[in-house]
Design a protein. Structure first.
Length: 477
């Protein structure tokens, strides 16, 4: 039976020592809000300021281009997730479509990314808290956040869902309020403001003040700002109605990206000159609100950014634990991580949290070498994951159309042409990363990690294939 003609075992298959499967405690309202809030990260509130400083008003174009690529990726992932919901998401799809080595590589690289990200988000949140409470140690806040969200994820999955529901509600509310105020200011309706017209879009060097190079820097920054959307397809497997839930989430991805990201960037660069240093130093949202004389703008946005960071911590611990559990369930990791009790993979939750905390400790102990090395290794992992998603979708779509067309609840647009367009876009981003000094090292470090994981995965696949063949035909062995 060939690798491409028969699906690999589903990740719902459990290790022999697993007493129970994952629960289905997420309600539709949880999944809907996770999908809405998952696209709003701290990178949007703060990191986009550096991108605006590089690209100027053309940041709107950069976010539109990268947003189009992300929408294609989410549509492909949604097609596969709706057909076969699995907590391992794209790792499961890669295994079924390409082979166990691909599932191993995509899964463990994403798990590593999430664990490091947990540490980065904890550091960011602790810095905000020490600003509010001077003299308190950062490590104490990190430990507190780690303890809270580890405990949250150790409990029933509905606790994770409730935290994310309210975190996402606050983030969405903040963005909607910001956009509303911005539109009023742009039209001159907001009291005490005059409409800026197109002055800031065409002045100060024009729409492309730093030429194509500035646009490229903004494009690279915007691509990685979209990370986190994949969590909804992982969470869908633990929802009451996984197929309907993931289908709805994917179908609304377009307007969410358009409104939250592209809309926000358009408001900022229309109201403020891109040369305003406050955009990069304070973040575009704080700078814009202060420009409009909104009282307590800085503190309000600090609260929102803190919520975004804590939300990301919560979601990443969840995503890492479920990805690890899925890999173990398919025989691609240490069995201890697959033990489930109360419908929760608690050992995987603890392990992912401990590794995240270890990354925080490295940021204090070895900030100039080991920690920087870790950051470089995760720099382009999300692109590697997207490539696995695109290639898997090309294979799985053909298989589904031939064997189970009724499962195609969500369909990729203009298949296979837009899938090839997306792959070309990803290749273009890799080329652009190789051209830029600031991203070239990340590209090489991520490439090294990917190749190492692929080699281990292929060795594991080959060894198991030989063992299976020997068991089936002892004389041949």
């Amino acid at each position: 039976m060939s690798r491409t003609s028969a699906p690999a075992p589903a990740d719902s298959a459990l290790p022999a020592d697993s007493p129970a499967p994952l629960s289905h405690g997420l309600k539709q309202r949880h999944l809907s809000m996770i999908a809405l809030g998952g696209v709003i990260g701290a990178g949007l509130f703060v990191g986009s300021g550096t991108a605006i400083a590089a690209a100027g008003p053309s940041i709107v174009l950069a976010y539109a281009i990268s947003g189009a690529l992300v929408m294609l990726v989410m549509r492909m992932l949604g097609e596969m997730a709706a057909a076969n919901p699995a907590s391992g998401s794209f790792s499961v799809h890669a295994e079924r479509a390409i082979g166990p080595w691909a599932g191993f590589t995509a899964g463990w690289s994403f798990w590593f990314l999430l664990c490091v990200a947990v540490g980065l988000e904890a550091i960011g949140a602790s810095k905000i808290m020490t600003g509010w409470f001077p003299g308190t140690p950062e490590w104490a806040w990190v430990a507190l956040f780690m303890l809270v969200f580890c405990a949250t994820n150790l409990a029933a999955v509905k606790n994770f869902g409730e935290f994310e529901f309210w975190f996402a509600a606050l983030k969405v509310g903040a963005i909607v309020l910001f956009l509303g105020i911005g539109v009023l200011a742009i039209t001159g309706v907001l009291p005490g403001t005059d409409s800026p017209g197109a002055t800031n879009l065409t002045g100060h060097g024009g729409f492309l003040p730093n030429g194509s190079e500035g646009l490229i820097v903004g494009l690279l920054a915007s691509v990685f700002a979209y990370g986190g959307l994949e969590t909804v397809t992982i969470a869908a497997a633990e929802s009451e109605h996984p197929v309907q839930g993931v289908a709805k989430a994917v179908r609304t991805a377009m307007w969410r990206i358009g409104v939250f990201y592209i809309g926000s960037m358009a408001v900022v660069v229309t109201l403020l000159p891109w040369t305003d240093k406050a955009v990069a130093e304070k973040g575009p949202y704080v700078a814009t609100l202060e420009h409009l004389d909104i009282p307590y703008a800085g503190q309000i946005m600090n609260v929102v950014v803190l919520v975004a960071l804590l939300s990301a911590m919560n979601a990443n611990i969840y995503g890492a634990s479920r990805m690890a559990n899925s890999l173990v369930a398919r025989g691609q990791g240490p069995k201890v991580l697959g033990r489930i009790s109360g419908g929760v993979p608690r050992i995987a939750v603890l392990t992912s949290s401990v590794i995240g905390f270890g990354c925080v400790l490295l940021s204090y102990w070895r900030p100039d070498d080991v920690f920087v090395w870790l950051l470089n290794m995760i720099g382009a992992i999300i692109l590697v994951v997207w490539i696995f998603i695109a290639v898997s979708q090309l294979v799985m779509r053909r298989r589904l159309e031939r064997e189970e067309p009724s499962k195609l609840v969500v369909r990729m647009w203009a298949y296979p042409y837009l899938t090839y367009v997306a792959l070309a876009g990803m290749a273009a981003v890799f080329v652009l990363m190789a051209r830029e000094d600031g991203t070239r090292v990340q590209l090489y470090a991520t490439g090294g990690l990917t190749l190492a994981l692929a080699a281990v995965g292929y060795l594991l696949q080959t060894t198991r294939g030989k063992a299976a063949a020997a068991a089936k035909d002892p004389d041949a062995a």
